[in-house]
Ligand binder design. Structure first.
Ligand SMILES: [Zn+2]
Length: 126
C-alpha cells in the first residue's frame, strides 16, 4: 500500500496516484513552490551581497585585494551573474557590473568594473 508523502495516510485509487487527496496534492505543490522561492531568494541575496562587497572594494575600477578580505565580509565566489574572458584567456566572474579574477598562487582577487568593450568580446567564451 502506498503512503501519502504529505499526511501519511494510505493512497487509494489509481496506481500512479501519489497523494491521498487533492488537498495534499496542492499542499505539496505549494511547498515545492516555496522551496524554489527560498532558493531563488538565497541566490539573489548572495549575488547582491557579492556585488556590494566588490563595489565597496573596487577603487579606481581596478583593484587587487587579498581573498580573505572579501571572504570575511561574506563574499562567496561561487555565485556570479556572468563570465568574461580577456584576450589572454583569463576568465573573470562578474556580479552584475563588478568582476573578479582569482590570481592563482597569490591568494588575491583582481576586481574590475564592467566596461562597454567587454560586451563585444562576449563571443570569445564560445
Ligand atoms: Zn495525504
Amino acid at each position: 500500500m502506498k503512503i501519502c508523502p504529505v499526511c501519511g495516510n494510505s493512497v487509494k485509487g489509481r496506481k500512479d496516484k501519489i497523494y491521498c487527496s487533492e488537498y495534499c496534492k496542492s499542499a505539496a505543490q505549494y511547498e515545492n513552490r516555496l522551496i524554489n522561492e527560498i532558493f531563488f531568494f538565497k541566490v539573489d541575496k548572495q549575488l547582491k551581497t557579492n556585488r556590494k562587497i566588490l563595489k565597496t572594494h573596487n577603487k579606481d575600477g581596478y583593484t587587487t585585494l587579498r581573498k580573505t578580505v572579501l571572504l570575511s565580509k561574506g563574499f562567496n565566489p561561487n555565485y556570479f551573474t556572468h563570465l568574461w574572458k580577456n584576450p589572454k584567456g583569463q576568465t573573470y566572474c562578474f556580479c552584475y557590473e563588478f568582476g573578479f579574477l582569482e590570481l592563482i598562487g597569490q591568494d588575491k582577487y583582481l576586481i574590475v568594473k564592467w566596461q562597454d568593450y567587454m560586451e563585444t568580446n562576449q563571443n570569445r567564451l564560445q
